[in-house]
Design a protein around this ligand. Sequence first.
Ligand SMILES: C[S@@+](CC[C@H](N)C(=O)[O-])C[C@H]1O[C@@H](n2cnc3c(N)ncnc32)[C@H](O)[C@@H]1O
Length: 393
Amino acid sequence: MFSYRHAFHAGNHADVLKHFITIQLLQYLNQKDTAYTYIDTHSGAGVYALDGTFASKNAEYDTGIGPLWERDDMPPQLKEYVDLIRAMNPSGKMRYYPGSPYIAEQVAREQDRLRLFELHPADAKLLADNFRKLEEHAAEQGIRPTVRGKRVMVTRSDGFQSLKALLPPPSRRALVLIDPPYEDKQDYKKVKDALAEALTRFPSGTYAVWYPLLQRMESRQFADKLKQLQCSEWLNVVLTTREPTPDGFGLHSSGMFILNPPYTLEPMLKQVMPYLVKALGVDSGARFTLESGTPTPVRGNGGTASPRNAAGQAPRSAGTAGPRSAAAQGPRAPAGQGPRGAGVRAGAGDTRPGAGREGLAAKARRPTPVAPRSEGATAGRTTGPRRPVNRQK
Ligand SMILES: C[S@@+](CC[C@H](N)C(=O)[O-])C[C@H]1O[C@@H](n2cnc3c(N)ncnc32)[C@H](O)[C@@H]1O
């Protein structure tokens, strides 16, 4: 049950996609003063030491943050993400990589709330230790001395279960990140069920789900199942960095599925994804897909999944495929393959482990108070013509 450790995968191409988009979603929420809640149902350890034995075992960061580290030609939204990581590594050497909780901590503002869940005993402890150190550091610096204790709550518990009790959040504004290991195929169903219930409790929330593209049926059908959920709109973006290997070894492709995305997200991704494909593409299989739409009817249900959307329209722009040619950069040394064949980010049984008012860049310049211990952790907006879909206040 506790075989997955994210430290083995820290900074890989899937983390790049997930974390860069998470920053953009938080930045969107930062545009209004009203506080929001960031809920991370599967938090991991919070910070990872890239030179630790877990992360360096397969050096998966060579498929993700590695190729971006020295680039100076990035689109501004991607640069924001890389700059946040550069700020954690003031020596200039890429040693530490942030998990989603640390990223949210950096981008969210004083008034916002972070609710972080992690089930693995070791990673839950690392996560709690990391945030304790962040708090101590903030207190030393005179930053958020009083509210900080309530600002972040780290809980060792099942994120799927814990989510329910937090919805709807007091301010009716929230971003929920759901990022399970998917080692257990039940995770696919659990994500969908958790989202269906969450949308009933809090229909206007923004929900972001990371998922791997694998051979297993649950993975291949996953996005289509999420498209049936009764949100206002959904967006699905998939980054593929290479052709699948014949033995299915390693993760070649992953997606972010966002329910109730901000209207700014799709135009921004249209600009940034071609760059990511070029920067991270390994062979001619590298590409992206970007699609968005409104909930699709559930087959056999004679109509829509729920009466909330009787229209049940089909996707608006299904399959906006990124230019395959953009990826033809020539193969780079393939690195960071999963430790076993299953084609995964999470090989079964393997032990792999905003800018608020202050502005993200300024915030990110703060020293990283997180001392990586052992493996885990202590270790443009574009404006589109469409109306805002995100109805969060
Ligand atoms: C992919 S990692 C999370 C990475 C993190 N979101 C990030 O981006 O840095 C998945 C984490 O979920 C944890 N986990 C697995 N099942 C869980 C559950 N039911 N509830 C909470 N955490 C769980 C695992 O221990 C693992 O640390």
